[in-house]
Design a protein around this ligand. Structure first.
Ligand SMILES: Cc1cc2nc3c(=O)[nH]c(=O)nc-3n(C[C@H](O)[C@H](O)[C@H](O)COP(=O)(O)OP(=O)(O)OC[C@H]3O[C@@H](n4cnc5c(N)ncnc54)[C@H](O)[C@@H]3O)c2cc1C
Length: 409
């Protein structure tokens, strides 16, 4: 295998810039191939789950300059008219402004940007990353599921408070509303296109917008699920939407663009630094993408394993998941080793700085939530982090309340 150093990235969206910045952190030299293609304006919601990786890329200052809104929970209007609020902080930012800022930042840090008219065919000798979004230009074949499209409407003035996110489920279609500091977006998702190009009254009312709110139709985006059947072949990896394109209802597009960029960069760095681990790195990336597609399809079918809904932690817990041989990323390299399987089948080894194998040892030795938290505190985790770690482990089915323990099949 040739020594990896130069990496060619097709596409210039968020995933491409995230990958370029991560590659630079790992001393790889990225070149982004940019073709000027039309793109849809709109507010994007970046969930708090993505902030750790944004932070790892040191993007705080870049994001601070984008007029973002800070969201605090998602208001959902259900088909019967009832309303609930889902907790969760988020950053709301206009997508084209974000992409331009990310690309400029990647260039400033050392990525080469090549403006071209047309993407060349994939050269099998080159280490390449397909970041061409849902078009998956270098990553065919793809599997598609669903036929929904989203009509996007945009208001470039403040019509609702910054950081608003509202979802209205309306039977066969659904709509969302999101805002940053100066603008707002409505997406209407269904199988038929908006004929008039106007937001209809039913949608305005469901989203609690006034008649005549100044939204104009700005385009359509795919809202079906799609994934590349071969996200890694030879020296080519697919990331972001080119690997898995999500339904907008999942709110996972940007988080996956980030996560897959980190995972792909780790594979490239492993190929360069540790050739004997090359095939473990390949399997790691295949399972990483397959797990994301599976998780998302399961989520859409509403077949998620029953998630813990209470914020209250039980007094006693018990570890119920098994582990297996797999691979995980440490310091930007893929390492073969033991991983735990989450309830949705995804393998995992680290939650931030916490080794899940270590968490399993602590839970197996302690069981009492208070003493597990005390143990984690001794290892430098604050009480709030320890509590949210245990909530995360409950939600992912790693632990269950001790009173309701059932052995894993
Ligand atoms: C209106 C809208 C609202 C959204 N809201 C959210 C949200 O709230 N939260 C969220 O998480 N996600 C949201 N998403 C999804 C999110 O934008 C994507 O998941 C994310 O941008 C994926 O990044 P990407 O770089 O993989 O793809 P893209 O951002 O689509 O970038 C693909 C890049 O490849 C280029 N390209 C395509 N074809 C070719 C070709 N043949 N040759 C060369 N270059 C090519 C494109 O020009 C573009 O630069 C939204 C998307 C849209 C359109």
């Amino acid at each position: 295998m040739n020594v990896v150093n130069d990496v060619t990235i097709a596409g210039a969206g968020a995933a491409a810039s995230f990958l370029a910045m991560r590659a630079l952190q790992l001393d790889l030299q990225p070149t982004i191939l940019r073709v000027s293609l039309p793109a849809v304006v709109g507010i994007e919601i970046v969930p708090a789950s993505a902030w750790r990786l944004l932070d790892a890329l040191g993007l705080g200052d870049v994001l601070a300059g984008l007029g973002a809104g800070l969201g605090d929970g998602l208001t959902r209007r259900l088909p019967d008219g009832t309303i609930d609020v889902r907790d969760g902080r988020s950053l709301h930012v206009e997508r084209l402004r974000l992409r331009e800022a990310l690309l400029r930042e990647a260039e400033r840090r050392g990525a080469r940007i090549c403006e071209i008219d047309r993407l060349p065919p994939l050269d099998p000798e080159v280490y390449a990353v397909d970041a061409t979004g849902q078009r998956a230009a270098w990553s065919r074949p793809v599997v598609r599921q669903g036929r929904e499209w989203a009509d996007i409407f945009f208001a470039d003035e403040t019509v609702i408070p910054p950081g608003t996110s509202t979802l209205a489920l309306l039977g066969r279609e659904w709509a969302y509303l999101a805002s940053d500091q100066t603008s707002a977006t409505v997406g209407v998702v269904g199988r038929s296109a908006s004929v008039s190009g106007l937001l209809d009254r039913k949608i305005l009312r469901a989203l609690e917008l006034v008649d005549g709110a100044p939204f104009r139709h700005v385009g359509r985006r795919a809202a079906f699920v799609q994934w590349a059947t071969k996200p890694i072949v030879g020296r080519r990896l697919a990331i972001g939407d080119a690997a898995v394109h999500h339904s907008p209802i999942g709110g996972r597009g940007l988080a996956f663009a980030l996560g897959s960029a980190f995972a792909a960069a780790a594979v490239l760095a492993t190929w360069r630094d540790d050739p004997p681990a090359a095939s473990a790195a390949r399997s790691y990336y295949e399972s990483y993408v397959a797990a994301e597609a599976h998780r998302h399809v399961t989520f859409l079918r509403n077949e998620q394993p029953s998630l813990a809904t209470s914020q209250e932690l039980p007094e006693q817990v018990r570890w119920v998941r098994s582990s297996m041989e797999g691979a995980y990323v440490v310091k930007g390299r893929v390492t073969p080793g033991e991983v735990v399987t989450l309830a949705n089948g995804e393998p995992a080894r680290w939650l931030g700085h916490l080794d899940l194998i270590r968490l399993r040892e602590i839970v197996m030795a302690e069981r009492s939530t208070a003493s597990i938290i005390a143990h984690l505190s001794e290892q430098g985790f604050c009480i709030a982090d320890s509590q949210s770690t245990l909530s995360w482990a409950l939600e992912r089915g790693l632990i269950v309340p001790a009173e309701r323990t059932r052995a894993e099949p």
